[in-house]
Design a protein around this ligand. Sequence first.
Ligand code: AKG
Ligand code: FE2
Length: 326
Amino acid sequence: MTSFSFPVFDLGAFESSEGPARAALGAEVDRICRETGFLAIRNHGVPQAVIDGVWQAARAFFDLPPEEKQAARAPYKGYPYGYLGPELEALARSRDVDSPPDLKESFNGGPLTVPEGMRDEKALSFCYAPTIWPQAPDGFVAAWTAYYQAMEDLAARIMRLFAVALNLPEDYFAPFINAPISALRALNYPEQHVPPREGQLRAGAHTDYGSLTILLPQEGSRGLEIITPDGQWTAVPPVRGAFVINIGDLMARWTNDRWVSTLHRVVNPPPQEGGMDRRQSLAFFHQPNWPAEIRVLDACTNGEPAKYPPVLSGPYLMSKFTATAA
Ligand SMILES: O=C(O)CCC(=O)C(=O)O
Ligand SMILES: [Fe+2]
């Protein structure tokens, strides 16, 4: 047994707090990010209609016949956006672990606009590559765009919270994230009619790559697990009305590993506990501006040398992204 209890943080209360109360809430987030970097955020202010809109649009898209979904497929292996059909990705391979492909399909979209003056060829052909939109269902693009925008805003608010947690000026991260290259992914883990292959999961063990991820697992669903500090795989139950936030590798690097980018996965719970039922989720991967230089924060070195040289956000993401195609 483990003593882990999943922390739930009230973002609205933090934002209206002041002085020592605010510092104390920041310190709580610092503690959580040192331990697991996973927490639920409630009182986040994202309208339920925006959430329901994209949720239903994604569901209707995944319910289309395969050939219709394939019309929105990524045009070649490694293209970041569009539909990625079943068994085309194995997240465990991002850590050089060979595994059967994940039991999922996804739809992926990139930034809503290209910043004026952006000329970097790699940026234009990767992060700013067009999203391949599906023709159906009606209203998909509007619902997607509204949710993407809401996630970008929420991520910026969480980055302010992170600045407080790290004892930095509240707007410290702002110049790094004013033209972010975040991606939104809708995931569908189809109902399983045959048992999975040996070692085959819904999403293999991985860490996320960027600054932070905003995850919305299906209400009441099971399967998401993280490694807790005691070394155990531990279930993260969905918290009603809350998002699951986790930090990614780039944030671990920025903080010189003061904060951890925790390994997580989506398993197939036992069939008698609904493990073969369909499961849906939304994952928003927040990523600083393409050219942002991510240099270990002085506040996190305690006078010791930094463990990592500086990297640029966009090229760093690209280098991480390419290993997972199955
Ligand atoms: O579907 C989930 O709950 C988690 C998905 C995930 O971790 C990812 O796509 O990075
Ligand atoms: Fe993940």
